[in-house]
Design a protein around this ligand. Structure first.
Ligand SMILES: [Zn+2]
Length: 318
């Protein structure tokens, strides 16, 4: 591991796919880069996660305009991470909706997260100067909220902690389509730097109980059959459980973070190493798991400085 973050060297543009999943649901995916979901209701459009910058959001808008001229009225944030929310202004939506917990995280750590995410992975912030500042929700909810877009019923559900404290999924019950945000990934490595690893598997149980037949994950291709939805859920769960078990065992035996990282990397790589952003995520994933195994209930705030210190420590340079 060198001094640069793994993803600083990741510069190749991804191929974008915009696909229709059901009568009202579309997926905007990009070979493992952050996805955006779209619901086209009877009278308006909802965008779920916005892309990292307004300039990148323009491409989403162009694709939406290829299938409808209805106004984009709602933006939903599945959680607070900069790479998903800072493009929001481009849509000109009347409402920006998030859970109260997500709102609280933006207040508490949104600015630090923006700096940290940008410096970790600059390719994901094309035309970063087009970002006007943090994205502030205009409507917040606790637990559950229903939006009726004409006859199309859309449920926003906070099913428990997982990828973050504020995770929200968007569910179309009539069409059994689920937009999961980073709670579920498909062929992409879960990022657990801000996660609740003890809670995440139980939250996945509640996600699975919805009975989705199609899924837009946070990263990776859309799952368009019950079998691939199950594969995405199972794969995410396996990664979370194996990561946390490996780190808990290492910490319990008195190993320091660097040794635990090396052991976890060796244990997980055969099964998960080919997933997108494995090397990018693992240092941050192990660091949070090590904290949670040591009794830190809530994730510590990542700053650009803390990122660099971690990277150097794990490279043996700190
Ligand atoms: Zn995220």
């Amino acid at each position: 591991m060198g001094k640069e973050f793994a993803s600083r060297a990741d510069l190749e543009a991804k191929r974008i796919t915009f696909s229709e999943l059901s009568e009202h649901a579309y997926a905007y995916t990009a070979e493992g880069d952050p996805n955006t979901g779209i619901v086209i209701g009877d009278d308006a459009v909802m965008v779920i996660d916005t892309q990292a910058t307004p300039a990148m959001a323009r491409d989403v808008i162009d694709r939406v305009r290829g299938v409808t001229d209805k106004p984009i009225k709602y933006v939903v944030l599945t959680h607070y991470h900069a790479v998903r929310v800072l493009g929001a202004s481009a849509y000109g939506a009347e409402h920006v909706i998030a859970s109260q917990d997500t709102y609280d995280l933006i207040v508490e750590r949104g600015e630090q997260d923006y700096q940290s995410e940008y410096e970790r992975f600059p390719r994901l912030f094309q035309a970063v100067d087009s970002i006007p500042g943090l994205t502030w929700p205009t409507i917040t909810f606790r637990g559950e909220m229903t939006i009726r877009m004409g006859k199309t019923e859309v449920k926003l559900l906070q099913l428990g902690r997982g990828h973050t404290k504020g995770d929200t999924v968007v569910w179309l019950p009539a069409e059994k389509v689920l937009f999961s945000g980073d709670l579920v990934e498909y062929g992409a490595t879960p990022y657990t730097g801000d996660a609740y690893l003890t809670d995440w598997p139980q939250t996945l149980d509640r996600v699975a109980a919805l009975g989705a037949e199609k899924l837009v994950p946070g990263r990776g291709d859309a799952a368009t059959t019950p079998a691939t939805v199950k594969a995405a859920l199972d794969g995410t769960r396996e990664f979370i459980v194996q990561l946390f078990e490996a780190v808990q065992a290492g910490r319990a035996s008195g190993k320091d973070l660097r040794r635990v990282y090396e052991d976890a990397s060796a244990a997980l790589r055969p099964r998960f190493g080919q997933w997108v952003i494995f090397d990018h995520c693992l240092p941050f994933d192990v660091s949070r798991a090590y904290d949670e195994a040591g009794g830190f209930r809530d994730p510590r705030i990542w700053t650009a400085e803390r990122d660099a210190q971690l990277w150097q420590a794990l490279a043996g340079e700190g």
